[in-house]
Design a protein around this ligand. Structure first.
Ligand SMILES: NC(=O)c1ccc[n+]([C@@H]2O[C@H](COP(=O)([O-])OP(=O)(O)OC[C@H]3O[C@@H](n4cnc5c(N)ncnc54)[C@H](OP(=O)(O)O)[C@@H]3O)[C@@H](O)[C@H]2O)c1
Length: 241
């Protein structure tokens, strides 16, 4: 039977690559997004993957959005918590708004998205929850106290929930990408990229969204059934944790 996968923030960047790779692997895929209708519609037209708009920082919106996805495709077997934002500032200049927005989306969003699908996964005796954290949640990054805190929290969430899901064949894992060549990272000035970022990456290049997507496809598969509570680092050797 075709398994159903939902990718939050699945219409652009890493999430889009994940959605496309899961579809190619035979899943029925839905992609969520927040507000960029133009990009979402273009992605849907190009890939045939249906898109659903809601804000992962709202629990009520997640409950309603997930109900709409399940009505269209069936119960969700694989949830990829990928939606994320940055609101960078040095801590002495960081506003409560910048802190709260990032925590609400990047950390509370995982509760909001996972809670509505969790009981169903347990009842059916199968589930995969894959959380896209970050290298900066592992090592910390100046200018990103909010983002690093949220992404480190994603790892703690992963490890706690893995213990709860294990007996029900529901695995929960995290992936920590390093610098991946999405729009966000490609917007960095060339000089900064060449002089400051690339020298930190032993493989000497940015990662590709598809390289993260392949980790997701593996963790979603039956072959990965003994892997839970783990963190896969995909960072070109930049940081070992
Ligand atoms: N790029 C990197 O180098 C890198 C490295 C480590 C970790 N990550 C993590 O990987 C994930 C994807 O990053 P990316 O670079 O691919 O991001 P991106 O290109 O900026 O795409 C973000 C996606 O998330 C959606 N989104 C943002 N806020 C949302 C919300 N509140 N509710 C629902 N959807 C929301 C966006 O929707 P709209 O299009 O509607 O805005 C978009 O589809 C993030 O969690 C990020 O922290 C990225």
């Amino acid at each position: 039977m075709t398994r159903v996968a939902l990718v939050s923030g699945g219409t652009r960047g890493i999430g889009a690559a994940i959605a496309v790779a899961l579809k190619a692997a035979g899943y029925a895929v839905a992609a969520n997004y927040a507000g960029n209708d133009e990009r979402a519609k273009a992605f849907e037209a190009e890939t045939g993957i249906p898109v659903f708009k809601w804000d992962v920082s709202s629990y009520e919106a997640c409950v309603a959005g997930i109900a709409a996805v399940e009505a269209a495709l069936g119960p969700i077997d694989v949830l990829v918590n990928n939606a994320g934002i940055t609101r960078d500032a040095m801590f002495h200049k960081m506003t409560p708004g910048q802190w709260n927005e990032v925590i609400s989306t990047n950390l509370t969003g995982l509760f909001n998205m996972t809670h509505p699908v969790w009981s169903g996964m347990r009842d059916r005796g199968f589930g995969r929850v894959i959380n896209i954290s970050s290298i900066n949640g592992q090592k910390g990054q100046m200018g990103q106290a909010n983002y690093s805190a949220a992404k480190a929290g994603d790892i703690g969430f992963t490890r706690a929930l893995a213990q709860e899901g294990a007996a029900k064949n529901v695995t929960v894992n995290a992936i920590c990408p390093g610098y991946i060549g999405t729009e966000m990272v490609r917007a960095v000035p060339e000089r900064v990229m060449n002089e400051r970022i690339l020298p930190q990456i032993p493989v000497g290049r940015l990662g590709e969204p598809e390289e993260v997507a392949r980790c997701v496809v593996f963790l979603a598969s039956d072959d990965a059934g003994f892997i839970t509570g783990s963190t896969i680092s995909a960072n070109g050797g930049q940081y070992f944790s």
